[in-house]
Design a protein around this ligand. Structure first.
Ligand SMILES: *Cc1c(COP(=O)(O)O)cnc(C)c1O
Length: 420
């Protein structure tokens, strides 16, 4: 039997899976062409079914902070799997991960595990409404908070890519209480607002830094009106530094949402807050939430094993790797005469083919839709470097990306940029 090709698998996939994928961006819709089907991954590399090897900057869009198939994570999952995959009863691993998260996040006293970032933000919104007795929520254009109905409107990531204004199938009623404001401008809010939800670093409309005073301004506006400030740290949490964006920017939200890194590549999300706020949640309080697979033993084991590797030295290494990539890419683009900006916040890297990094969704769209990223993406893929197949995504260098991979990446940028 011959091995399947990417094209053959994509054709079979499209027959039985809408668009051939289980998450839209993976279909290569915005960059064109056939997606590579992954056979396996190790360290900084993914290998497709045709045997091609790529230096991977997708890294599952964030979870792969240690690199792929890290031995500590793999061993933890194997050991947990041998003891059973799900029980419907509490386990020690849930306690250990919750304790570790609360230790790292100053001000977060309790945390509830769910199975995705979407579930985390969706439930955190319900919690904020239940805790405040208010209905309205405010989100920022271009921020992505997963695909629950009330949060899809003006979403980044794949939502932006498809040019959808939210989504068909979402009722007027579901978004009637969602206010959308431009990123990086402190909005006027009143005492009808239950929560302001924000990506403290916007990483789903390219990478956009919060302007000085933006997050502190949100904190003050929430304090003035009694709204709860909610940081969607699904990307920034346990990635920017030990304490995530709250520590990095020295602004504390009322509610934190997590995902990606905390699952070690298994399906996990979580949200946390003070004991007082979390006491509104069932079974302590009247705000309902539940999950058959919440706190799943494999996912908890993977998350714990991953966090154990994330020492202060690890964060220094991640940031150094991203800084080297940033400097090399800026130089390579400049030498090739390609207009580009490479924003960076600690270990997080972005790429815009415009003269300066945008500060909001309008600015991001203008650059992301100029058609350059698509050509760059395919050039890089041909050169053995896998970037996200969409201009609105960030780059995720991992601890497994060593100087060999960084040098090879910069060399590839240099070659591809010359032919743009
Ligand atoms: C990925 C992401 C989500 C959604 O998480 P899923 O696990 O894909 O449901 C929410 N918020 C942000 C900031 C994200 O990047």
């Amino acid at each position: 039997m011959t091995e399947p090709t990417n094209a053959a698998l994509f054709e079979r996939a499209r027959a039985v899976i809408p668009g051939g994928v289980n998450s839209p961006v993976r279909a290569f819709g915005s960059v064109g062409g056939t997606p590579y089907f992954v056979a396996r991954a190790e360290g900084p590399h993914v290998y497709d079914v045709e045997g091609n090897r790529y230096i991977d900057y997708v890294m599952s869009y964030g979870p792969g902070i240690l690199g792929h198939a890290h031995p500590a994570v793999t061993a933890a999952v194997e050991s947990a799997a041998a003891k059973g995959t799900s029980y419907g009863a509490p386990t020690e691993a849930e306690v250990l991960l919750a304790e570790e998260m609360c230790r790292r996040i100053d001000g977060m006293e309790m945390v509830r595990m769910v199975s995705s970032g979407t579930e985390a933000t969706m439930t955190a919104i319900r919690l904020a409404r239940g805790a405040t007795g208010r209905d309205r929520i405010l989100k920022f254009a271009g921020n992505y908070h997963g695909h629950s109905d009330s949060l899809l409107v003006a979403g980044g990531s794949g939502v932006a890519q498809q040019g959808l204004k939210g989504s068909e199938g979402v009722t007027e009623g579901a978004v009637a209480d969602t206010i959308v404001a431009p990123y990086n401008v402190v909005p006027e809010i009143d005492d009808t607002v239950a929560a302001v939800i924000v990506e403290p670093v916007a990483a789903n409309m390219g990478l956009i830094e919060p302007q000085p005073g933006f997050l502190a301004g949100l904190r003050a506006a929430c304090d003035d009106t009694g709204a709860l400030l909610m940081f969607d740290e699904v990307i920034t949490g346990f990635r920017l530094c030990r304490g995530g964006a709250a520590e990095w920017f020295e602004v504390k939200p009322d509610i934190w949402c997590f995902g990606k890194v905390i699952g070690g590549g298994l399906p996990v999300g979580a949200f946390g807050a003070s004991r007082e706020i979390m006491s509104h949640l069932a079974p302590l309080g009247p705000v309902y939430q539940a999950g058959t697979l919440s706190g799943n033993p494999l996912a908890m084991a993977a998350g714990l094993a991953q966090l154990e590797q994330l020492t202060p030295a690890a964060y220094d290494q991640l940031t150094a790797t991203a800084a080297t990539l940033q400097a090399g890419m800026i130089e390579a683009f400049a030498d090739a005469g390609v207009v580009a900006s490479v924003p960076r916040v600690g270990p997080l890297l972005g790429l815009f083919f415009g003269p300066q990094a945008p500060v909001d969704f309008e600015g991001a769209k203008a650059v992301c839709e100029n058609g350059v990223y698509e050509r760059f993406f395919h050039g890089m893929l041909e050169a053995g470097v896998a970037l996200a197949p969409g201009a609105y995504e960030a780059l995720f260098p991992s601890l497994a990306h060593g100087s060999d991979e960084v040098d090879a990446t910069i060399e590839a940028v240099r070659r591809v940029a010359k032919n743009l």
